[in-house]
Design a protein around this ligand. Sequence first.
Ligand SMILES: NC(=O)c1ccc[n+]([C@@H]2O[C@H](COP(=O)([O-])OP(=O)(O)OC[C@H]3O[C@@H](n4cnc5c(N)ncnc54)[C@H](O)[C@@H]3O)[C@@H](O)[C@H]2O)c1
Length: 428
Amino acid sequence: MFSAREPIAVIGTGYVGLVTAAGFAELGSEVWCVDIDAAKIARLERGEIPIYEPGLAESVTANRERLHFSTELAPALEHARLLFVAVGTPPTYSGDADLSAVNAVVDAMPRSDDHALVMKSTVPVGTGAAIRRSLGERGKEGFAYVSCPEFLKEGSALDDFRHPDRIVVGDDGDWAGDAVTQLYSPLEAPLVRTDIASAEMIKLAANAFLATKISFINEIANVCEETGADVLEVARGMGLDQRIGTHFLKPGIGFGGSCFPKDVSALKQLAGNSGYHFQLLTAVIEVNELQKRRVIGKLQKHLGSLVGKSVTLLGLAFKANTDDMREASSLVLAARLQADGATVTAYDPVAESEARKLMIGVQFADSALDALAGSDACVIVTEWPEFAELDWATAAPRMRGRLVIDGRNFVDPEAVRAAGFVYEGIGR
Ligand SMILES: NC(=O)c1ccc[n+]([C@@H]2O[C@H](COP(=O)([O-])OP(=O)(O)OC[C@H]3O[C@@H](n4cnc5c(N)ncnc54)[C@H](O)[C@@H]3O)[C@@H](O)[C@H]2O)c1
């Protein structure tokens, strides 16, 4: 019998791993955290949090005595039976998921009848079966396996851990599935107990559906622009239909981040590898790519050629309340602007140090107002709350031009126009 307070291990201390570790530590578990990134582990041991996630630093500090950090697997194996795997599964050049980090973890497992791998990393359907097979071929068939996909959202990850919409446990009906169920029981979330392949598919299908919703409303927004309708009114009118729902009907500059782009692509490739052409996802991906670039068209419509123009990007992270720059729309925008001859100045309250590594030739400012100095146009890229408070009357005289493209429909158009700007949102 597994006790909900029994120690656990978390392998990979990134966004998912560290939040999972902190969350279970809050529930009273001792958590043995492992990462191959020695610098990251050293920072965590010093009490520093390597990522920005609201509430995470406070939670790690408050539960510090229950959190153990190491680059070695041995202490984790010694103290814990459930080993949560939260290593990265980035896209390969082909768009499939790169499972090399997952495989490295599997390869490092010893023979054991007492341990289980609990897969939090997002993996293609069939990965669990392949891992079980590979463990069996090496005489490690006693190692149990559970698929327990993660649904947290960066920016509210800890809150999502504490109040999940559901917990999905895919297993072979052995002790490990019961143990994971037991571990999550204090959260009192609806449980979906299923087979491993279905659990893997639930994660991919959920993300693909949400991405589809985003690309759908973005296309509606684009048609609204052609026809004179206001997409915000349309989205509200649609969303009140309970079959549709209000979530993920916010038009903007396309989805980014570490999950949607790669998971949609991974599901499309997975289908293709199985002989099925997933047409809908092909369109979802293409619409998203074009949506990021539509902002360039809007700038050209107002400014003409972008050669020699100065454009300010407000917000760089792929969404607010995170420092994650993976697949951020700002990266595409900055590169396109530079290719068209514009100079780019940028400000992000949290993501600047990550952004500096990825955005070559971009000038970084210490505040939104500083970033706007001398600029011909401002593009709102990330919906950071502070941009809703921006004093446009103060910004206007500092700028060379008077154009605001609001890629998130986030700031108040009337306040912007009252300060003498031309305002253009998405689909309005
Ligand atoms: N970030 C999200 O919002 C989110 C949400 C749900 C699911 N996921 C999935 O969770 C997984 C992890 O995502 P993330 O954003 O936390 O990634 P991340 O890149 O932030 O963290 C991964 C960590 O794993 C470590 N690592 C790599 N190989 C290792 C190994 N062999 N042993 C120990 N540690 C190793 C890395 O050093 C890194 O610290 C991915 O599969 C992702 O798709 C992510």
